[in-house]
Design a protein around this ligand. Sequence first.
Ligand code: MG
Length: 398
Amino acid sequence: MSLTRVALAGSTGSIGTQALDVIEAEADRFELSAIGATGRQPEVIIEQARRYRPSVVAISDPEAAQSIAAELPGVEVRGGADAMASLALEADVVVNGVVGFAGLSVTLATLEAGRRLALANKESLIAAGPVVQVARRTPGAELVPVDSEHGAIHQCLRATDNRNRVSRLLLTASGGPFRGRTADDLANVTIENALAHPTWSMGPKITIDSSTLMNKGLEVIEAHELFGTPAGDAGYGIGFEDIDVVVHPQSIVHSMVEFTDASTIAQLSTPDMRLPIGYALAWPDRISTPFGRIDWTNLGRLDFEPPDLEAFPCLALAYAAGRSGGTAPAWISAANEVAVDAFLNGQIAWREIASVIAATLDRHDGAPATDADAVIDADSQARRIAHEELNSFASVVR
Ligand code: MG
């Protein structure tokens, strides 16, 4: 088997470090060719470069790039805003583990270079859906999701050869740390409460998104982009009305696909992101290292329940933004990033995350997402408006 060259954008984050585990465990098939990070954790990326010896290191912050380069003689260190996207040309597969809208350039550069994109950065797909759909048509370009739910759906869809036989996608949600609480119970939850995810170990942004169910809402839009109607050859004729969310607190069933004969196929494992990372790297093959293996003698029960839309309004907001289309998904994703940052900085209460997002979306201008520039403009505008809305909530909290 020839070695697959892998580049990791966002190598110091939660996805990046777990991808390194997979590459190390499968050293006979994967070779780490390049890594990239913002430069905010210079000691981590220097250690990664020394240990895994990639030929290129990309650092978005140009000053950090200079000081990191001084520590890595013989390694090509690229610095600047475009450095991370340039990794696309250094690999057969790029893992995009960048956090938030900043991952867009990596998503587009990888697809436009005709490479495989192992996508953990759902925000780029959500914000720039129509633009990413065009880039996906580049010869050689492939998008394999790293999100556990979408990796599960990708696997379940292989149960049919006929794309018209898919009737429903069922995205599972752990429910996060606040499952079962009422809207009133959630008035005074703390940052520590929200960061205490019951089943998954993830970065802070996505952990807060899980606590509000915005993560699941964004994943509904992500599923629609990946498997839905507008994707041409990649599509399964799935509309928003065909995507349902099921709360499943054990996080063992990672999602399901229901076919026209009512057969429902599920993908199961214990919660371990290294499984979907390995799947996205190796597809259509599978890696030989087991991650997330289930011990059936100790598994116990699997529970399922509907989501509480009243206590977790972000889920309905995301469905609405997805149905609006155009730049509405870019707006909800940007407003959410602003609101989550504000919550993590102690500026607003947890419940105000949804309020800031709703108030921002109320001011959406209905612009279409025609090209990357339109999406970048929409992102900046939504952030500006979200900050305005934030100020009207921030004064009353804490
Ligand atoms: Mg997920």
